[in-house]
Design a protein. Structure first.
Ligand code: HEC
Length: 136
């Protein structure tokens, strides 16, 4: 009897994991922190959940590289710009997006790259990045 119940639970968990986007509880990273770089660089098994993907976009050198200038929880970080912890509370979504897409709109002399305007990141990548930034 008991083993049958365990088998049912196992089957249910397997079904949940097989859902196209997976339950978000299956995230490979804790919200509010940078993911483990090893998870991001695992090309054979790339992260499937949006938050981990967004965090990877933030820390990957060829993508956001945000931690080169900003203190990012959980990453070895620079501090040329303000710490990113709490950005999701400091700015409404549209301003957060605008600051990533074209920071010169807020400071014409900024050293921060215009990720959207210069297509350093795709629209989809920016949305994933924003979703992750909001967890910080
Ligand atoms: C070359 C350095 C540099 C990089 C790389 C960089 N930023 Fe910035 N960022 C800055 C600086 C400096 C500021 C302060 C305002 C200004 O000068 O534009 C800033 C400001 C911000 C702000 C406004 C924060 C606030 O509290 O006022 C956000 C949000 C932000 N950056 C997000 C990001 C994200 C996300 C990335 C990666 C996709 C990133 N930045 C990459 C330098 C950088």
């Amino acid at each position: 009897m008991r083993s049958k119940r365990i088998a049912t639970i196992t089957a249910l968990v397997a079904m949940l994991c097989a859902l196209p986007n997976g339950p978000s509880a299956m995230a490979q990273t804790a919200p509010g922190r940078a993911p483990d770089p090893a998870i991001c660089s695992d090309k054979a098994n790339p992260p499937k959940d949006t938050l981990t993907q967004g965090g990877c976009i933030a820390i990957e050198r060829a993508k956001g590289n945000c931690d080169a200038c900003h203190v990012v929880p959980g990453a070895a970080s620079g501090n040329i710009g303000p710490a990113l912890a709490g950005v999701g509370r400091r700015f409404p979504d549209n301003e957060l997006r605008a600051r990533v897409e074209d920071p010169a709109r807020f400071n014409p002399l900024t050293v921060m790259p215009p990720y959207g305007k210069h297509e350093i990141l795709t629209r989809e990548e920016i949305e994933k990045l924003i979703a992750w930034l909001k967890t910080l």
